[in-house]
Ligand binder design. Structure first.
Ligand code: GDP
Ligand code: MN
Length: 397
């Protein structure tokens, strides 16, 4: 699950990470009020208006704008809300802007130049632990830095048993060329950031830019946060931050139905219990000359209701030319699933594509009989190869 910038910053702040402060606004009037309040709270004469959408690269797409007065903040907000923001990270249509963050301007002049750094934290599956990725060349061109001067992007592996050790946080501060107060602040920043990452069960943090202000403070100016969906159950406060407006509607619906669904571009819909069998089934479809239209794991309890939900879901995809249901009955009995398929079929009514059902395991033979005798346009199979042949046959006809 992804968070908006303002939500990510809230999370960071709760772990004591310093952030660029801001107030969310949904209208021009709210933005004017927010800008006035930023002045009162943080003596921030100028503010930046930042579009809140789940996409990066907003600066490049006109989604981050400096306002020199509350009135100007209102005008910018007026233009930004309701626009389709196109950035290098969105589709060509862009993303609808529903709210903005009116943030303090942190690039104010002072004794030193402000400087932008890059810090992210993510899990390196290969090495079995988290890594901190950092670069002294943060800001809007980090992709270019990674491509043209990869030696300026560093990785620090964190041993899961030892945790982040102080020297590792110092290494980051050294690489940024910091000294004195800024060095100390950066070490503290990295340590708190890592604590926030662990404490929120995050999958990814990206702070770009992490800024050294002209008076040597270290703050997170941007926060891109992805949380681990499987750990959300123990973070109800974070789970409540979900913004379904930003997510793909079919993903949202699948989640509500507790289906593990990923849409793909092929022509054979599939419904399977268990992720491993689902992957194998997708291979099978490919080998039979089809292309999987989706990944769908209905989970361990493939009862009639779930089969029906999944079937309706698959049928929404107009590219689907056939449906392959592949269920292994271990604990779940195949005859029950078969009855579920027949019931779902009758309930949905007219299913315009052939359905192939392969049931294997407990009571598989009874299940095949139920399918074969149902009088419906459903083809039963017991062996994997049989199912594959039926898919080929259906696609060829
Ligand atoms: P992104 O483009 O979606 O990653 O949005 P960011 O929040 O990272 O902002 C993009 C850029 O806007 C930053 O790299 C800064 O250069 C600039 N920016 C952000 N906050 C401020 C600010 O307070 N003052 C000024 N002058 N520029 C800012
Ligand atoms: Mn950014």
């Amino acid at each position: 699950m992804n968070l908006h910038e303002y939500q990510g910053k809230e999370l960071l702040k709760s772990f004591g990470v310093k952030i660029q402060e801001g107030i969310v606004a949904h209208t021009a009037e709210e933005a004017v009020a927010a800008a006035i309040q930023m002045k009162e709270l943080y003596n921030s004469g100028w503010v930046v208006v930042k579009a809140q959408v789940h996409a990066g690269g907003r600066g490049k797409g006109g989604g981050v704008k400096l306002a020199k007065s509350p009135e100007q903040a209102g005008e910018i907000t007026q233009a930004m809300i309701g626009m389709q923001l196109v950035t290098p990270q969105t589709s060509a249509e862009g993303k609808l802007v529903r709210k903005v963050l009116v943030a303090q301007d942190v690039f104010y002049p002072g004794a030193n130049e402000p400087k932008e750094f890059y810090i992210s934290i993510l899990t390196d599956r290969g090495r079995g632990g988290n890594v901190i990725v950092y670069s002294p060349d943060g800001g809007m061109d980090i992709e270019k830095v990674a491509e043209e001067t990869p030696e300026r992007v560093h990785t620090e592996f964190i041993d899961p048993l030892l945790g982040l050790r102080p020297f590792q946080a110092q290494k980051v501060a050294f690489a940024f060329g910091l000294s004195g107060q800024a060095f100390k602040e950066m070490v503290d920043f990295v340590q708190r950031l890592y604590a926030a990452f662990l404490g929120s069960d995050a999958a990814m943090f990206e702070i770009n830019p992490c800024l050294k202000t002209s008076d040597d403070k270290i703050i997170a100016v941007d926060a891109k946060v992805t949380l681990d969906d499987n750990a959300l159950y123990r973070h109800k406060d974070l789970e409540a931050m979900r913004d379904t407006d930003e997510e793909d509607p079919s993903d949202v619906e699948a989640q509500a139905l507790d289906l593990n669904y990923v849409k793909l571009d092929g022509n054979v819909g599939c419904m399977v219990n268990g992720a491993g069998l689902a992957m194998a089934t997708m291979d099978l479809i490919q080998l039979s000359g089809g292309e999987p239209a989706n990944f769908l794991d209905v989970g361990g309890t493939a009862d009639a209701q779930r089969v029906e939900n999944a079937m309706r879901f698959i049928l929404k995809d107009k590219n689907v030319k056939a449906i392959l249901i592949n269920i292994f009955g271990g604990i779940v009995r195949c005859d029950r699933v078969a009855q579920g398929v027949v019931d779902a079929y009758k309930k949905i009514g007219d299913i315009p594509v052939p359905v192939i059902v392969r049931l294997q395991g407990t009571n598989a033979d009874i299940a095949k009989k139920i399918i074969d005798e149902s009088g419906l346009k459903v083809m039963g199979a017991v062996e994997f190869q049989e199912a594959a042949d039926l898919v080929s046959k259906v696609l060829a006809s």
